[in-house]
Design a protein around this ligand. Sequence first.
Ligand SMILES: Cc1ncc(COP(=O)(O)O)c(C=O)c1O
Length: 501
Amino acid sequence: MHSTYLIDAVQVEAVQSQMQYDEAQAQAAEVAFIERCPAYTKTRKLDELRQQEYQRLDQLGQVYLDYTGGGLYADTQLKQHMQMLMSGVYGNPHSGNPTSLASTHLDESARKYIFEYFNADPDEYEVIFTANASGALRIVGESYPFEKNGQYLLTFDNHNSVNGIREFARGKNAPITYVPVAPPDLRIDEATLREYLDLAIPGGNNLFAYPAQSNFSGVQHSLEWIAIAHEKGWDVLLDSAAFAPTNRLDIGRWQPDFVTLSFYKIFGYPTGVGALIARREMLRKLHRPWFAGGTITVAPVQGNKHFLEEGAAAFEDGTIDYLNLPAVELGLKHIQKIDVDVIHERVLLLTDYLLDELQALKHANGEPLIRIYGPLTTENRGGTISFNLYDPDHTIFDYRLVEGLANTVNISLRTGCFCNPGAGEVAMDIHAEELRECLQDEDRMTFEQLVIAMTADGEHDAVGAVRVSLGIATNFRDVYHLIEFLKTFLDVRSEGVRFEG
Ligand SMILES: Cc1ncc(COP(=O)(O)O)c(C=O)c1O
């Protein structure tokens, strides 16, 4: 989905020469920041951690700013996991032999630890291992009884894997409704939400899905909505993929029906494991459209009937990722040792600094360089910031140019729509009629074609953005580096967006 952008040598040289790192200046900026923000010193242990556990960032000169894309792992996590693998013999957990039992023991220990980490009562909740958050969302989507007086309500601000559930709802003729987010903050007005929630079908199967934190704007939507929605007759799916890495998620307190997440976003390693944490009562409501090895008690070929396993097993298709699951426990223990509240605090303080600095970047004629999509303060927001760059005449810089140049100075950021088209459409003022017109004759459309169609008449200059996101190992220097990089666009003329179909 990612197209390349031709960057000429002159642009690269200009950025690289201006990015000459001045250590004295960087130090002075850090001292000034700490004077302005003394609370930052309380998170100092994360600087030590970076030196001990994430040293490769500095050794390789990488400025990593894509934590919403994927978290980073500590050296210790890898060592502990390898040690565990090298000191045992582990077989497929679907048996009762000693090596199988050894795997089962470790995997069940990981499951237990997840309950503890998220404060979920095992009598009330079930942890189902999946490949990622999308896999967890799919289980809910394909099994939810939309066909029995059902409906699907979701926020504009959602990852595509939550949007995709609408296809299951549509297939079962259930109404689908989107709750709008309002610009410029890209938040949902609570009074409006209540009106939508009032439309629950009495005695029906009403599913409401929203993200605890937006992967586009960083907005944190209120967890209080879970109780409000329950009261009005909704089952609540809380997508926590972007929230859990830098926030404490207390399932016992908030009582969502379904929680979806990917572990690599929290602690980097292993990839390939996510979870659906679901209320047991809610699982009984789901109806799986198929069965697989491991999910049934019996399924005789000649009986043409099957009986599902109890609890999580009924939803874990085939063999779980049994060698990687113990690494989930190691990862969660790593976070618990650091304390997620400390990570949260640091990310928030650096986000605050970044938001101020981005807004302070002005061309010589006083025009701003940056347009941020979403909240401009850290109130109810996380460390994900999406924005575009504009030249002194307010011509946009193609985000692919920005990414291409960031690559040349080892800054990892993300560009595009981040699989969250709804938030992007509102942020960029793109309306349903325009989209309908542009999509109507197309059997297939690439993202580039969509951009060309939307920008052709000059009404829109952007259909995507640049995104930076902070996380566990982010330090002041990362943020400083980014600002220095963005400064290289000051007083430079842009040629605008150059998509070719
Ligand atoms: C809010 C949110 N939900 C769901 C997902 C999907 O996660 P995965 O790609 O790991 O399935 C992401 C990934 O970025 C996300 O940010």
